[in-house]
Design a protein around this ligand. Structure first.
Ligand SMILES: Cc1cc2nc3c(=O)[nH]c(=O)nc-3n(C[C@H](O)[C@H](O)[C@H](O)COP(=O)(O)OP(=O)(O)OC[C@H]3O[C@@H](n4cnc5c(N)ncnc54)[C@H](O)[C@@H]3O)c2cc1C
Length: 485
C-alpha cells in the first residue's frame, strides 16, 4: 500500500524562536497538530493558534514570553483545556503556552498542612497522593480527574464541596508567576498568613490568565473529616426541593455539599455511565453531604431528614456505605458529560443567584426554554445558589447554535436581574465578556481593565478575554466562531 509521507513544513521565524528555547519536539506548528487546540471545553468558539509550546519550567516560560513580547505576538496559558468559557481558546494567531509538562508535586508539608505543586498538576492527583496520610485538597470541580491546579487558580474553580470549605481562592497560600514582562515573581506567604499590603493572591486567583502565567502553587491541604454522611432526597415538585435547600441553610447547618438536579439532568445521568436508579418521574433530587466531628453528624442528618419531610419529599435515604456514597457522587459528577447521552450538543451556563430566588429564576429558565424551543437541564450547587442551566441543541441543525447562545445569555440575564452574577466558577472568558455589562457599569469595567494594564500593559497575554473589547466581535457560526479584529 502506498502511504503518502507527510511533507514537513518549515517553521517560521517566530516558531523557530520557540524551538530555540524548548527544542523541536516541544513545539507544535503544523495545522493538523493544532486543530485539537482550536478551543477548550466551550466549543461554540474556535480559532487556530499559531503554535503550541510545551514548557518545562518557569525560566522557559519567561524566555518565551520575552521573545513573544519583542515580536508583539499574543500568547495564552493553557492547562488541560477543560475550561467552559473559552479562556484558553485562541481568536487566531496566538501562541499557546501549555503547562501540562509541569506536573510535579514539588513538596508536601503535612505538619503545616500545605503542598507545593507545578501548575500542570491534575487536581484529583493531589488528594489521591495524600489521602493515605489522612489529608485531602478541598476544591473538587467535577472535571477534577483532568483539570490542572494552574487552570483552577486562573478560574478560581469551585466544586460540590466548596459550599462549606470555600472555592480555590480560599486554598491558595502562594504563587510563583511569570509576569507579561517575563519577570518571575513570588507572591503570598512562605509561612506567614495574612501579611499586610494588597491581596495580590486574591487578585491573581480568578484573573483568567490575563495578569500572569502561574508556574508554581502553594496550596492548603485539610485533614480528612472524622465522619461523613450523605443523603439523597427525591422530590415531585422542584419548588419543594428549593424550599428544603433554604430551610437547611437557615437551620444553621452548613453541609459539605448541597447539590440539586432536575428531571432532564436526571434523564441524562441515568442514561450515562453511572446510573443509580433514580426514579425517572421525579422533578428533582437533592444530594446532601454532612461532614465533621463524628459525634455531631447524626444530629445534623436528623435535622436534614426532618426538613426534607416537612417539604413533601417523596423518598429520602442515607447512603448505607462508602460504595453507595461513591456511586451517588460519580453519578452527580458525570452530570455535564452525561448530557451527551441525550443530546448531540449542549452549552453549559454558570450563573449565581440568592438561594431564596431559586423558584423564580427556574420559572424564567423554563420560559427561556420554551421561547427558544430548546430543552434546558438544570444542575445546581444549590447550597450556594450556583446554577448550571445546560442548553441542549444540535449544531448540525441550522440556527440551533445561535438559539442556544441567545438562550444562555438570557439565563445569565435572569440571574443578574435578581442580584446574582453571570459566573460562579467557570469564568467569563470569551463566552460571557458581553454579559459583563449585566453586572458592571462602564466605570467599573474601566477600573478593572486599568488593573489589567498595570500587569499586562501591551495586552499580549490572553487578549480579548474577560472584558468586552471594542472592535473584537465574536460571531457564532454553527458551532464555530469567526473573529473580527
Ligand atoms: C465536565 C466538566 C465539568 C466541570 N466542572 C467544573 C466544576 O465543578 N467547577 C468548576 O469550577 N469548573 C468546572 N469545569 C470547568 C473547568 O474544568 C475549570 O475551569 C478548570 O479550572 C480549568 O482547568 P484547566 O486546567 O482545564 O484550564 P484551561 O481550560 O486550560 O484554562 C482555563 C483558563 O485558565 C488559564 N490558565 C490555565 N493555566 C494557567 C496558568 N498556569 N497560569 C495562568 N493562567 C492559566 C487559561 O489561559 C484559561 O484562561 C468543568 C469542566 C468540564 C469539562
Amino acid at each position: 500500500m502506498f502511504v503518502k509521507k507527510r511533507k514537513k513544513q518549515k517553521p517560521d521565524a517566530v516558531v523557530q524562536q520557540l524551538i530555540n528555547v524548548v527544542g523541536e519536539s516541544e513545539v507544535l506548528y503544523l495545522k493538523e497538530d493544532l486543530i485539537s487546540y482550536e478551543c477548550d471545553g466551550y466549543t461554540m468558539s474556535k480559532g487556530m493558534p499559531r503554535a503550541v509550546v510545551f514548557v518545562n519550567n518557569a525560566k522557559q516560560v519567561s524566555e518565551i514570553v520575552k521573545r513573544l513580547n519583542k515580536e508583539k505576538i499574543p500568547y495564552i496559558a493553557r492547562g488541560a483545556g477543560t475550561g467552559l468559557s473559552g479562556g484558553a481558546t485562541p481568536f487566531g494567531g496566538e501562541v499557546l503556552i501549555s503547562l501540562v509538562r509541569m506536573k510535579k508535586m514539588l513538596h508536601v508539608d503535612l505538619e503545616n498542612r500545605k503542598a507545593v505543586v507545578e501548575p500542570g498538576y491534575v487536581n484529583l492527583k493531589l488528594t489521591q497522593s495524600i489521602s493515605d496520610k489522612g489529608y485531602y485538597y478541598a476544591p473538587d470541580p467535577s472535571s477534577q480527574y483532568a483539570c490542572t491546579i494552574g487552570g483552577n487558580v486562573a478560574e478560581n474553580a469551585g466544586g460540590a464541596h466548596c459550599l462549606k470549605y470555600g472555592v480555590t481562592t480560599n486554598h491558595i497560600l502562594g504563587l510563583e508567576i511569570v509576569l507579561p514582562s517575563g519577570e518571575i515573581v513570588e507572591i503570598g506567604e512562605e509561612g506567614v498568613p495574612d501579611r499586610p499590603g494588597y491581596d495580590l493572591l486574591g487578585l491573581l486567583t480568578g484573573s483568567e490568565g490575563t495578569l500572569g502565567i502561574v508556574t508554581k502553587i502553594t496550596v492548603k491541604v485539610l485533614k480528612n473529616p472524622e465522619g461523613k454522611k450523605t443523603v439523597l432526597a427525591y422530590y415531585d415538585d422542584i419548588n419543594d426541593a428549593s424550599q428544603a435547600v433554604s430551610e437547611i441553610i437557615s437551620a444553621g447547618i452548613i453541609p459539605a455539599a448541597l447539590e440539586m438536579m432536575d428531571s432532564i439532568a436526571i434523564e441524562g445521568v441515568e442514561s450515562a455511565a453511572y446510573p443509580v436508579g433514580h426514579p425517572r418521574d421525579i422533578a428533582a433530587f437533592l444530594l446532601i453531604e454532612v461532614d465533621g466531628i463524628a459525634a455531631g453528624i447524626d444530629a445534623q442528618i436528623d435535622e436534614i431528614l426532618t426538613v426534607c419531610k416537612r417539604n413533601n419529599v417523596r423518598e429520602v435515604k442515607v447512603a448505607k456505605d462508602e460504595a453507595e456514597r461513591g456511586l451517588w457522587w460519580a453519578n452527580r459528577k458525570m452530570g455535564f458529560g452525561a448530557m451527551g447521552a441525550i443530546s448531540p450538543d449542549y452549552l453549559v451556563q454558570d450563573g449565581v443567584i440568592p438561594r431564596t430566588r431559586l423558584p423564580e429564576v427556574l420559572a424564567r429558565i423554563s420560559e427561556i426554554s420554551k421561547k427558544y424551543e430548546l430543552r434546558i437541564a438544570n444542575i445546581f450547587h444549590a447550597g450556594d445558589g450556583n446554577l448550571h442551566p445546560l442548553i441542549l441543541f444540535d449544531a448540525s441543525i441550522p440556527g440551533q447554535s445561535e438559539r442556544a447562545s441567545k438562550a444562555g445569555s438570557e439565563c445569565l440575564k435572569a440571574c443578574a436581574d435578581v442580584g446574582g452574577s453571570i459566573t460562579g466558577e467557570h469564568g467569563v472568558g470569551i463566552e460571557k465578556s458581553a454579559e459583563m455589562r449585566f453586572i458592571f457599569s462602564d466605570e467599573e469595567m474601566a477600573a478593572q481593565t486599568d488593573i489589567r494594564a498595570v500587569f499586562n500593559p501591551e495586552n499580549l497575554l490572553n487578549p480579548g478575554k474577560l472584558f468586552p473589547s471594542p472592535g473584537r466581535c465574536v460571531e457564532v457560526k454553527q458551532g464555530t466562531v469567526g473573529t473580527g479584529t
